[in-house]
Write a new protein. Sequence first.
Length: 175
Amino acid sequence: MASWGSEAVEPLQERLSNPESEVRWWAVRALAEIDDPRVPELLVKSLADPDQGVRWCAGLALRAHPTSRAISALMSMLPDEDALTRRLAGDALVAIGAPAVPHLIEALKQGDHPLEQDSLLRARLEVVRALAKIGDERAIPVLFDALDDGSALIEYWASEGLEKMGVGMVFFKPE
């Protein structure tokens, strides 16, 4: 049974190839409101749009249409110079949840990767924030390591994530 709006997916998909970025943006925005199994893949493809606004719209829409097929594209957005791009990618990874965790953990373990230092810091901050918000226990070791990162923001998010999972808390029965 098709959901409301499914009939619009094909015409909107055609608009994703329009030379005008505003038309593509509105197509992505409309797709975000449609519950159809074809939508997540179209949003993933829109993450590679040449227009930043279209990419932002797709990143935002993927929060409502999380798909593990977007993980690679979203991970590549994390070192971006633009803070909104990084945040939207991180939020979409949080919406994907558990399937994104191994990719996020691997990104943190690549701390000695030859990325430009600023780029690495930007990516690490968003990775730690995403892991903290997801709250998956597989991230506990890397979040503990991040507590000694040297960046107050990274240490903050690592602490938040560990606290969310109850790590380090002592539970006792009052007498």
